[in-house]
Design a protein around this ligand. Structure first.
Ligand code: HEM
Ligand code: HEM
Length: 394
C-alpha cells in the first residue's frame, strides 16, 4: 500500500501529491492577495503576516518537493491508463513534468527574491533568511520577481489544464484516473511500457526554457511595478532620493543617545508650483543602530523588530511659507498608527531639492517601553531627523 506499483499510486505518493497540491493552491491565493492589497500603514502588518505565511508555505513545498522526487525515482511510475490515446497521454505527462518543475522554480525564485531584498516578512524558521551568494540587490529582486510572476502564470495555467483533465476523466470518461490518485485504486494495464525517451519531458523542458528565458530577457527589464512590494522603489514617484539620512535621538539616564536607520525608502510626489505633495516613507526597523542600546531598542519592549519589521509614514506635504513645509500623516510603528506632523525646510537649487527637518513623538503613544513608566532610565520623547537630497525622477 505504501509503495507504487505499475497500476497504483501508493500511499506515500498520494500523500505527497495532495499535501503539495493544497499548499501550492493556498500559496497562489496568498501571493495574489498580497499582490493586489494596496500598501499603506494600515495594511503593513497584514501584508507582513501574509507574506511570512506565503514564504514559509513555499519553502515547505520546496522541501517536500525534494523528498517527493527522491521517493518518486525509487518507485515504479504507474502506467498511462489509455496508452492508445497518444496525444492525450503526451499532454497529461507534459503537464505532470511542468508541475514537477514548478514546485522547484516557484519557491526557488521566491527565495532568491527574498534573499536579495531588504528585511520585511521573514520566513518563519530558525535557519537564517538569506541564501549564500545572493547579494542584496534591487536588480536581482526585479529579475527574481519576474521569474516568480511568469512561473506563477505558467503554474496556474498548467494546474487549470491538470484539474480539467482530472475532471474530464472523472465525469466524461468515468475511468479510474482520479480514483487512482485519490484512494489508490488499481487502474491500467500493468504490462504497458512507458516510453523510454519521453517526448513529454522535452516538451515540459521547452515550456520552462521559454518561460524563464522570456522572464529574464523580455519581461525583467520592463517589469517596473514589482520591485519588492514592501519597499516601493523611489523611481515610481516624482522625486528620487539621492542621499539621505534618517536619524533618531533618545534620552537614556539623562544622556542623549543618537543613532540612525541604514535602510529606508521614500516615495515622494511634490509639485514646487503648488507646494503640495505626498510622501510615503518605509523604514526597515532592523537596520537601526543606536549605540550601545541597539539591541535593547530593537527588542520587544521598543521597536520589536521581530514582529514589526517596518515603520511607515504616510503623509501629505503642504507648503507653509517659503521654504517652510510640513508633512502631516500617520506614523505606523509597532503596529500602532499615530498622527504626527513633520516640519521641514525644502530648498530647491539647480533641480536638486534639499530637505531637512524633524519631529518628536512620545514613545508612550505607540505603547513603547511600557516597562519604563517614568523618564528615569528612558525619556518619553524620541526625536526624528531627516536630511535628504532628491531630484526629479526621469
Ligand atoms: C509553491 C511555492 C510558491 C508559489 C506557488 C508562489 C506563488 C506566488 C504568486 C502567485 C504570487 C503573486 C504574483 C507575483 O507577484 O509574483 C507570489 C508573490 C510573491 N512570492 Fe511567492 N510563491 C511561492 C513561493 C514563494 C517563496 C518560497 C517565497 C520566498 C521565500 C515567495 C515570495 C514571494 C514574494 C516576495 C512575492 C511578492 C512578489 C511581488 O509582488 O513582486 N514565494 N508568489
Ligand atoms: C484539485 C487539484 C488536483 C487534482 C484533482 C489532481 C489530480 C491528479 C490526478 C488524478 C493525477 C494522476 C494522473 C494519472 O495517473 O495520470 C495527478 C497526478 C499528478 N499531479 Fe495532480 N491534481 C491536482 C492538483 C495538483 C497540483 C496543484 C499539482 C502541483 C503543483 C499537481 C501535480 C501532479 C503531478 C506532478 C502528478 C504526477 C504524479 C506522478 O506521476 O508522480 N496536482 N493529479
Amino acid at each position: 500500500m505504501i509503495a507504487n506499483t505499475a497500476t497504483r499510486y501508493g500511499l506515500v505518493a498520494r500523500l505527497f501529491h495532495w499535501t503539495i497540491a493544497v499548499l501550492v493552491l493556498v500559496d497562489i491565493a496568498l501571493g495574489l492577495i498580497g499582490k493586489f492589497t494596496p500598501q499603506s500603514g494600515d495594511t503593513v502588518d497584514f501584508l507582513q503576516l501574509l507574506y511570512s505565511s506565503h514564504k514559509t508555505i513555499g519553502i515547505t513545498v520546496l522541501f517536500l518537493a525534494v523528498l517527493r522526487v527522491i521517493w518518486a525515482i525509487s518507485q515504479p511510475r504507474p502506467v498511462p491508463i489509455h496508452p492508445e490515446r497518444r496525444f492525450e497521454t503526451f499532454a497529461a505527462e507534459t503537464v505532470h513534468w511542468v508541475l514537477y518543475a514548478a514546485i522547484f522554480v516557484l519557491p526557488l525564485s521566491g527565495w532568491v527574491m527574498h534573499s536579495a531584498e531588504v528585511g520585511f516578512a521573514p520566513i518563519w524558521w530558525p535557519f537564517g533568511q538569506n541564501l549564500p551568494f545572493i547579494p542584496k540587490s534591487e536588480g536581482i529582486v526585479v529579475t527574481a520577481a519576474t521569474v516568480h510572476w511568469i512561473s506563477g502564470i505558467v503554474l496556474a495555467a498548467t494546474i487549470a489544464a491538470h484539474i480539467s483533465g482530472a475532471l474530464k476523466h472523472a465525469v466524461l470518461d468515468r475511468d479510474g484516473t482520479l480514483a487512482r490518485m485519490w484512494n489508490g485504486r488499481e487502474v491500467g494495464n500493468g504490462a504497458t511500457k512507458h516510453v523510454t525517451v519521453n517526448p513529454s519531458l522535452f516538451a515540459a523542458f521547452a515550456v520552462w526554457v521559454f518561460a524563464i528565458g522570456g522572464a529574464l530577457t523580455v519581461f525583467a527589464p520592463t517589469y517596473h511595478d514589482v520591485v519588492t512590494p514592501q519597499l516601493p522603489t523611489q523611481k515610481t514617484a516624482g522625486w528620487a532620493v539621492q542621499n539621505g539620512n534618517l536619524s533618531i535621538a533618545i534620552t537614556q539616564i539623562g544622556a542623549k543617545v543618537t543613532g540612525d536607520f541604514a535602510r529606508w525608502q521614500s516615495t515622494i510626489e511634490y509639485d514646487p508650483e503648488t507646494g503640495i505633495g505626498t510622501a510615503n516613507v518605509i523604514i526597515d526597523t532592523s537596520s537601526l543602530s543606536l549605540g550601545s542600546v541597539t539591541d535593547q531598542a530593537k527588542g520587544p519592549e521598543f521597536f520589536d523588530i521581530a514582529s514589526h519589521a517596518q515603520a511607515v509614514f504616510d503623509a501629505e506635504i503642504a507648503q507653509i511659507d517659503g521654504t517652510k513645509h510640513t508633512a502631516t500623516g500617520n506614523l505606523t510603528l509597532v503596529g500602532q498608527s499615530v498622527p504626527i506632523a513633520f516640519d521641514f525646510d525644502l530648498e530647491m537649487k539647480d533641480g536638486i531639492a534639499t530637505v531637512s527637518g524633524g519631529t518628536t513623538f512620545d514613545r508612550r503613544d505607540f505603547g513603547m517601553g511600557a516597562a519604563y513608566p517614568d523618564e528615569s532610565s528612558v525619556g518619553f520623547s524620541v526625536d526624528v531627523l531627516i536630511e535628504l537630497t532628491a531630484t526629479l525622477a526621469p
